[in-house]
Design a protein around this ligand. Structure first.
Ligand SMILES: [Fe+2]
Ligand SMILES: [Fe+2]
Length: 265
């Protein structure tokens, strides 16, 4: 089980980041007991998903899509609300790194033994990604909560793939995950530092931060539930026969919600 709050503090200490009392108290609460992605349930579901080559392939495709969506949204908010500020520079770097991750995840797909067929991007779906608005502080709180989760889930991937069930895949994936990890730690850090700075100026941001943290947590519990019920239906067949189509669950951080549609070959 992960101790996310302790690990977060260690991450800050290693980079000489000193967050204040308000930030620390709030995050200790938000990342305390009940945090979905720190549970053995989350680890178990992740390890089960990563035990099938086809599930790994879907997972990589899904991550590739999510990274690109995330990059597009950060770009929009940076242009709209952070122009000509030091935060804009960090957000632009963040955009570039998420786009790099998108390519890195996609490039790993072939190591699973599957390939992908690119399908035409549905313009409505693309517009939907950008059809949102968020005030800058609320957006950064949301990003912070999601980056802490990505960083935590990535550590699970490293642990599970490190067990080397698929040696060729592990050999290719671990250095890539390590590279992505360095960037994710930057994303966690700069958003945390920014929120800490804002909280010192205006403690009322606490409400927004806690709401974003608990939203991500609720979403993660729902994803675990959706994934588990999907596994109950499909997993035995997936292990026995790695071909044929399966309908994927609608979860946000494991697999599913493929948009544009991805076809594995
Ligand atoms: Fe990323
Ligand atoms: Fe990230």
């Amino acid at each position: 089980m992960l101790r996310v709050y302790d690990d977060l503090q260690k991450l800050y200490a290693d980079h000489d980041v000193h967050t204040g009392q308000d930030y620390n108290t709030l995050m200790a609460e938000a990342l305390g007991p009940g945090l979905a992605y720190a549970t053995p349930a989350m680890f178990g579901v992740t390890a089960t998903v990563l035990s099938s080559r086809r599930m790994i392939a879907y997972n990589l495709v899904q991550n590739s899509i999510d990274e690109a969506k995330g990059a597009a949204r950060i770009q929009v908010i940076a242009d709209r609300y952070a122009a000509d500020t030091p935060l804009e520079r960090k957000m632009k770097r963040h955009v570039g790194e998420e786009l790099k991750h998108s390519r890195q995840f996609k490039d790993l797909v072939t190591t699973t033994g599957y390939g992908t067929v690119d399908e035409a991007v549905d313009q409505d779906a693309a517009d939907e990604v950008l059809d949102f608005d968020d005030e800058l502080k609320a957006f950064i709180c949301r990003v912070h909560s999601i980056e802490i989760r990505s960083w935590s889930v990535l550590r699970m991937y490293q642990q599970v793939l490190g067990e080397n069930e698929f040696p060729q895949l592990t050999e290719a994936a671990l250095p890539v995950l390590d590279d992505i990890m360095q960037d994710e730690m930057f994303h966690v850090r700069y958003t945390g530092q920014q929120i800490d700075e804002w909280l010192r100026e205006d403690p009322s941001l606490a409400t927004t931060l806690l709401e974003c943290m608990s939203h991500t947590n609720r979403e993660t519990w729902q994803d675990i539930a959706a994934m588990t019920s999907w596994l109950a239906q499909h997993f035995p067949r997936l292990l026995a026969d790695e071909s044929g189509d399966v309908a994927l669950p609608d979860t946000r951080f494991l697999v599913g919600d493929l948009n544009p549609p991805a076809t594995l070959t």
